[in-house]
Design a protein around this ligand. Sequence first.
Ligand SMILES: N[C@@H](CCC[C@H](N)C(=O)O)C(=O)O
Length: 282
Amino acid sequence: MRFTKMHGLGNDFIVIEAEKSELSPEDYSRTAIKLCDRHFGIGGDGLVIVGKDRELDVFMRIFNPDGSEPEMCGNAIRCVSKFVWERGLVSTTRISVNTLAGPRYPEVILKNGEVEKVRVDMGEPILERSLIPMLGSPGKVVGEELDTTAGRFRITAVSMGNPHCVVFVDEFSSVPVSEWGPVLENHPVFPSRTNVEFAKIEDENTVSMRVWERGAGETLACGTGACATLVASYLNDLTGRRATVRLKGGELIIEWDPDNNHVYMTGEAKEVFTGEVDLRKL
Ligand SMILES: N[C@@H](CCC[C@H](N)C(=O)O)C(=O)O
């Protein structure tokens, strides 16, 4: 099976074209577990399946290294945009992508004929507790205390199609991401688990962030997590509606438009190599 290795700020994916692979959709989850393994497989933070869609330009499905299927992935959708543009699967720079979270609209930004960046209309953030989803009484979850086995956290919950729990911290040196991350990811108040962002406000235009991803562990970057963090920062009066979000693997520009309530994410996408894998040998 042919594959392409891509990444967005070091959040890396194995990208497969549905029509050209022998995989059937029932195989996607267990194939993700095998291929994403960094020692026994290709290695990646997710398996991405892309193909022609019946209604929109293309569809995208993503599977975490634990085999679970998230609704959306910000870094993957930028990679998918570059992939389908460069392979001629689309003919316009504005692309419509069907995802489990609904349609999303990336635009590839070209420089000297090459994809320099991708700007994605990530849609409206979801703030209503039950839709995150999170248990408890109706309303937004902004700066709310949550007791866990690792102590008490003040959290803001935002869904960008997939669930995020944002915790503001003063500095990262005292944040044991791999200890606190799974405690919050698997807290019973999140029935579908959650991604977890630890965010530090640098100034009103800049936020640094580390992420613990549902089904993947700590990664170098998370696009939906960066969007959720900007929304949470604004809701907590910590930044304006536009900020640079600094992640371990690089930077994203995130904007929350007051006119249409949509969040826009701009950042790079890179292709690293292509290859072939014999699934029978894994
Ligand atoms: N890295 C992603 C998010 C991938 C999905 C996530 N692990 C989940 O389960 O929701 C991004 O860039 O948004």
